[in-house]
Design a protein around this ligand. Structure first.
Ligand SMILES: [Zn+2]
Length: 372
């Protein structure tokens, strides 16, 4: 008995050692893309006349996987589903987070209410990133897509009381920050351009909405709405092999462009919208005078908040932080505090800002433009 126990113990030790040995290869991994074909199994998604959303999403997802495997050799593809099965929304996020994915791409087809007179004519592709939208139309899309969590018997436990069909529920996302938003928007723009250029879709633009799968994934993440499956013409396109090829190719080309630019963001103009409220901040003078003396030099700022619209001076979401500056980036407004050429000073400012905004981080700027 004792020798058997020793033997088992030895086996376990070897097994643990082997697991430990594999850790470095995990770190030296490839670029991981998680493809998430929306819906599946008992959840058909939006319905067309002849087919349904889950079928279209899966077909395009599988074609995208094929393209990546064939033409982007350093990419490792992980699918949240590669057949007709039900996967929970949180389950999809868990797969992506566990795979330590570099990109998360959720594939969906759009639809509008059965009673809408535009149901048979509405068309166009849109790519979403995470954001709290002030637009009802965008929120409605997120509500419909998030609504599938109600198909899970214990959804209110899993989603902590979140009600996907109540607008109030989304208020909890108001202060939501997404560290990967810059990259997500770059990817979204690249894919959206391709939907127009390569797949001939009408351009509905890059949008922001609080989709659960974008809230809970910790990497650059987008959700694509290929086109409207309630429109028979678009349904025909999306269910045809050639249409699906073009849609998959569009996403592939978008990923390629995104990777080519290294996920770097280009910031157009810096436009401070909130005047400096000097006086209540002892560092204000030193900070605001820094840029003048810093021409051509790297200036550090602490970015603490992203909003899809400009906030008024004194908005409670700024939590009393002052002075603040902002710049526009990909349709979003980014808020910063502090301005210094010293990294040590920037760290001090960061520490202070983090008390109110735990996810704040330091950005580099030169001549008023963000650099990476
Ligand atoms: Zn969907």
């Amino acid at each position: 008995m004792d020798t058997l126990r020793t033997y088992i113990l030895r086996l376990v030790t070897v097994a643990v050692f082997m697991v430990a040995m594999t850790v470095p290869t995990v770190q030296a991994r490839d670029f991981v893309v998680v493809i998430d074909p929306g819906h599946g199994g008992k959840d058909a998604g939006a319905l067309g006349d002849k087919t349904n959303e889950k079928t279209v999403n899966l077909a395009v997802g599988l074609k995208l996987r094929k393209l990546l495997n064939k033409e982007m050799k350093d990419v490792k593809v992980v699918m949240t589903r590669d057949d007709d099965r039900f996967v929970t929304l949180q389950g999809r996020c868990d797969i992506a987070n566990k795979a330590k994915a570099d990109l998360f791409i959720s594939i969906h087809a759009n639809s509008i209410d059965k009673k809408s007179p535009k149901r048979k004519t509405i068309n166009g592709a849109a790519v979403y990133t995470l954001g709290l939208s002030r637009s009802n139309a965008n929120l409605e899309v997120a509500m419909r897509e998030n609504g599938v969590m109600k198909l899970e018997s214990d959804y209110s436990t899993t989603y902590q009381g979140f009600d996907p069909s109540s607008a109030e529920s989304y208020i909890m996302f108001e202060m939501m920050q997404h560290n990967n938003l810059d990259q997500s928007i770059n990817l979204a723009q690249a894919v959206q351009n391709e939907f127009v250029a390569t797949a001939g879709r009408r351009n509905l633009g890059v949008k922001q909405a609080p989709f659960w799968v974008l809230v809970k994934t910790g990497m650059p993440a987008i959700l694509v709405e290929l086109d409207f499956i309630c429109n028979p013409t678009q349904e025909k396109f999306m269910s045809s092999a050639s249409g699906q090829d073009k849609l998959a190719r569009s996403i592939f080309n978008g990923i390629k462009k995104y990777r080519g630019s290294n996920g770097k963001t280009t910031i157009a103009a810096q436009s401070p919208v909130v005047a400096n409220d000097a006086g209540d901040n002892e560092d204000a003078e030193a900070e605001t005078s820094a840029p003048a003396a810093a021409q051509g030099k790297i200036v550090y700022k602490v970015q603490f908040l992203t909003s899809d619209s400009e906030l008024r001076r004194g908005d409670k979401r700024l939590k009393g932080l002052s002075p603040v500056e902002s710049y526009r980036d990909g349709g979003l407004v980014k808020y910063t505090h502090g301005s210094t050429t010293s990294m040590a000073e920037a760290q001090k400012i960061l520490k202070k800002v983090k008390k109110s905004f735990p996810q704040a981080f330091i950005i580099k700027t030169r001549d008023g433009k963000r650099i990476k």
